[in-house]
Design a protein around this ligand. Structure first.
Ligand SMILES: *Cc1c(COP(=O)(O)O)cnc(C)c1O
Length: 351
């Protein structure tokens, strides 16, 4: 099998595709799983305990591509003429790219003013028609669900083909580690991904991690046990007040003996900076909720009874380049210099 042939080619037997399904792929999946020794030390664990699944290295820069290759292939097979989605940004970027490749129309509904710049740029570059909804993601999803009839295919994670595609990330983790990890940390927004990983681990049949999902404190409906009408967080990818896969997320939590917790924006942004500065990994703020969750769980003594050789995987869901405005909040050093060698030498010598 060619390296990075795309996840339908790689996992076809475990996916809902047949010989007549037209495969729409950008050769997504097969993302790196890299150790994070400094983060592990901060969590009081050994240097080989914590691993990062770098989903920001998918073709459009987020894990959404895994679900989209299957959803758009199936939409094309079913005779759809266009795809429709509500999005906090990454679903739109991904749908737009795969629709462009499939020759389908793409309409994306976005919460006005709450989408990272790079994600909007991607969707527009791929020719998607953007609709800015005066409301939040939950409002946009309601509109999308209501309009997805006839030749429009809805490609949000309420589309079961999205979850099927996304479960392949768990297959890859099991393949890389030789077994399932003991814990899997990830951010939770609409809760499709936690649902997908849990399904993937069960299907892989090499052990079951505790599923550790993290919401932003200002957008934590599952933690609070009720929908949040006005979710607020600077981690816009998880700014969701009424997750579509709420029930499935609870099942993943309870069946795995895991938990779904909340982390504040300050902790999320601290973890975002830490990953960039100490691990060399630039993810988007929402992705860093998994690392913030890891540190919060460790601080509470969550790993006290963890076995020696414990394996912990964190999904870093999206690429930091998507959100330049958030990157501007990171501590940085910029100095100006004349185009003059002596001036530059002086500057290098000073701090
Ligand atoms: C979509 C997304 C999430 C949330 O995933 P859900 O499946 O909606 O829970 C988290 N981080 C990033 C970067 C995303 O794009």
């Amino acid at each position: 099998m060619a390296v990075r042939a795309g996840l339908i080619a790689r996992w076809r037997a475990r996916l809902p595709v047949g010989p007549r399904t037209p495969v729409v792929t950008l050769h997504e999946g097969d993302t790196p799983l890299v150790p994070a020794p400094r983060l592990a030390r901060r969590a009081g664990l050994g240097p080989e305990a914590v691993w990062l699944k770098l989903e920001g290295l998918n073709p459009t820069g987020s894990f959404k591509d895994r679900g989209m290759t299957v959803a758009v292939s199936k939409a094309l097979e079913a005779g759809a003429r266009g795809v429709l989605c509500a999005s906090t940004g990454n679903t739109a970027a991904s749908a737009a790219a795969y629709a462009a490749r499939a020759g389908l129309r793409c309409v994306v509904l976005l919460p006005d003013g709450a989408v990272a710049l790079g994600k909007l740029a991607q969707a527009l570059a791929h020719g998607a028609e953007a609709v800015m909804v005066r409301g939040n993601f939950d409002d946009a999803l309601r509109l999308a669900r209501g309009a997805a009839t006839g030749t429009w295919a809805l490609v949000n994670s309420v589309n079961p083909h999205r979850i099927e595609g996304q479960k392949t990330a768990a297959f890859e983790v099991v393949e890389a580690l030789g077994r399932a990890p003991d814990y899997h940390f990830l951010p939770v927004g609409n809760a499709g991904n936690i649902t997908a990983y849990w399904r993937g681990y069960r299907e892989a049949g090499k052990g079951r991690p505790r599923m550790m999902g993290w919401q932003a404190a200002g957008a934590a409906p599952i933690v609070r046990g009720r929908p949040i009408p006005d979710p607020e967080t600077a981690a816009t990818a998880i700014r969701i007040g009424n997750p579509a896969s709420w029930k499935e997320a609870l099942a993943a939590r309870d069946e795995s003996g895991g938990l779904i917790g909340a982390v504040g924006d300050a902790a999320i942004f601290a973890a975002y900076a830490l990953l960039a500065r100490e691990e060399g990994v630039f993810c988007e703020p929402s992705s860093a909720a998994s690392a913030a969750g890891l540190l919060a769980f460790a601080r509470r003594g969550g790993f006290k009874k963890a076995p020696k050789g414990v394996r912990v995987v964190l999904t870093l869901t999206g690429n930091g380049l998507k959100d330049p405005k958030s990157a501007e909040t990171l501590p940085s050093r910029v100095r100006r210099c004349a185009a003059d060698p002596a001036a530059f030498r002086r500057l290098l010598g000073s701090r």
